[in-house]
Design a protein around this ligand. Structure first.
Ligand code: NAP
Ligand code: MG
Length: 487
């Protein structure tokens, strides 16, 4: 646990309270989960999955190539044409419920593995990632036998084989967002987790194996970008569901243009969090901190651009700095930790590059005076004031604990500034007045707008972006619709 260096500001200190790891079962080496079996990668290659908080290796993970992806797609097709395709929705639902319950039983183990492999604080994996992942399975299990009610007066058909590619910021939760609606609608799946966070998807494969789900319905292939590309380009994949960066999203869109593959792309963001002068200031400051420093800023919808009305700017910025000083940066397994490890060395380099650009652009930087561990990938929470709308750090996604702060005078001005990025994933509004909330929520070009809260998720509620933040929705009925053909 990092010790506070400035006792005057933090006032008090906590004793370390690390979560135990003795109850987790991890293999030294993970093969690919294809057709209900664990199979060796045809190249014979494995890569290391490391713990970003201490740079130690946790396990070896198979690198799937095109031949392995082909095997997985064939298994998924066979299951789709066979047992799964013929099964009633009611029976499908029972399997999905079973997976949800088994995930719940193993919630503690999954939370610890998520934190070890990805670097996020245990408090978040335990209280947010894993419960939400289970809830997605429970929610979509409920729809499996009610598709005719979900889409009344329409003929509902499944799509076939879904190829799904996910990022490293919410590994198990993203797998749940993808797999649960696909299965509820009757599809089969080939899923690739991100290379730096494969372990909870592989644990999910073990749960799926134990659940007795027919072989080939869910296949998990681990690897790098080439594995993802092999899924996208496979001719027998009917639907591509991708969550990740806008750059890779654009490559995927090009690759599937001219094919009849369906697609949903959930991409990057640069979301605005707006504090109006009548907002409850302490609540708003806490919401801003949660919006950007939660999960080290590794959140696609992170509220990374703060807009404060001029009359309250000084008080908000002072309170933010004070709050920053009381955040604990350090061992992600410690229950007191607020900010854990950056997911990878590469990501830490990217964040540092942007911090340097911010300073070179003439912005004023404030970093919490906390000490950070010497081993592992850590970044102190960082604020930038004196930024312009055209600053690189205001326009580009940093995907780290870095907040830019701008001021505004009128509501029209802030709407114009908030909308002025290539992205449109989320936004937050802090005000005492309902009329102001409704005015802003209708004018902000973002898929989700939170009012007097931030980063709240629920399986029943759709999530997705405008503009370069992608298209298609996940969650709720909209998320189910992305996995069916309606006529
Ligand atoms: P990324 O580099 O785009 O990677 C996402 C996934 O795509 C990974 O599994 C990656 O494999 C794979 N991949 C890489 N190149 C590929 C290619 N050419 N074809 C197919 N797949 C390929 O993104 P990331 O850095 O992991 O994640 C961060 C990004 O995700 C941020 O931009 C964030 O905003 C976005 N995100 C969006 C949402 C949303 O719902 N809108 C949610 C979470 C994250 P490897 O990891 O092995 O390279
Ligand atoms: Mg890792």
């Amino acid at each position: 646990m990092a010790k506070k260096t400035d006792k005057k500001l933090s006032g008090w200190d906590f004793s370390p309270s690390p979560e135990g790891t003795s109850h987790i079962a991890l293999k030294d080496k993970y093969d690919l989960f294809i057709d209900g079996k664990w199979v060796k990668p045809s190249s014979g290659k494995y890569f290391d999955s490391i713990n970003p908080s201490n740079e130690e290796k946790i396990s070896s993970v198979a690198h799937a190539n095109q031949a392995d992806v082909d095997k997985a797609v064939k298994a998924a097709r066979k299951a789709y044409n066979g047992a799964w395709g013929k099964m009633s929705g009611k029976e499908r639902g029972k399997y999905i419920y079973r997976i949800a319950r088994m995930m719940q039983e193993k919630a503690r183990e999954l939370a610890v593995i998520e934190t070890l492999d990805g670097g996020k604080p245990i408090r978040e994996s335990r209280d947010i990632d894993i419960p939400l992942a289970c809830n997605h399975f429970f929610y979509y299990a409920g729809w499996a036998d009610k598709l005719d009610y979900a889409f009344p007066n329409r003929k509902v058909e499944s799509l076939g084989v879904a190829g799904q590619i996910i990022p490293w910021n919410f590994p198990l939760l993203m797998a749940a967002w993808k797999i649960a609606p696909a299965l509820a609608a009757g599809n089969t799946v080939v899923l690739k987790p991100a290379e730096s966070t494969s372990l909870t998807a592989l644990k999910l494969a073990e749960i799926i194996e134990e659940s007795g789900l027919p072989a080939g319905v869910v296949n998990i292939v681990t690897g790098f970008g080439d594995t993802g590309a092999a899924i996208v380009n496979h001719p027998d994949v009917d639907k591509v569901a991708f969550t990740g960066s806008t750059d890779v999203g654009k490559i995927i869109q090009k690759a599937i243009s001219g094919t009849d593959k369906k697609a949903t792309l959930e991409l990057g963001g640069k979301s605005a969090n707006i504090i109006l002068e009548d907002a409850p200031i302490d609540q708003a400051v806490e919401g801003i901190v949660n919006g950007i420093f939660f999960n080290q800023g590794h959140v696609c919808c992170a509220g990374s651009r703060l807009f404060v009305q001029e009359s309250v700017a000084e008080v908000v910025i002072n309170k933010l700095k004070q709050r920053l000083d009381s955040l604990y940066v350090g061992n992600p397994l410690d229950k007191n930790t607020d900010i854990g490890a950056i997911n990878s060395k590469e990501q830490l380099q990217t964040i540092k590059k942007y911090i340097k650009i911010g300073q070179e652009e003439g912005a004023e930087m404030y970093q919490s005076p906390c000490s950070i561990p010497t081993k592992g990938y850590f970044c102190p929470p960082t604020l930038f004031t004196n930024v312009a709308q055209s600053s690189v750090i205001v326009q580009e996604e940093i995907f780290g604990p870095v907040l830019t702060i701008q001021t505004f005078r009128t509501v029209d001005e802030v709407i114009q500034k908030a909308n002025n990025t290539p992205f449109g994933l989320a936004a937050g509004v802090w005000t005492d007045k309902g009329s102001r909330i409704f005015n802003l929520t209708t004018k902000l070009r973002a898929g989700v707008v939170w009012a007097n809260t931030y980063n709240k998720f629920d399986p029943t509620s759709p999530f997705g972006g405008y503009k370069e933040s992608g298209f298609g929705r996940e969650g709720g009925l909209h998320g189910l619709e992305a996995y069916v053909k309606l006529s």
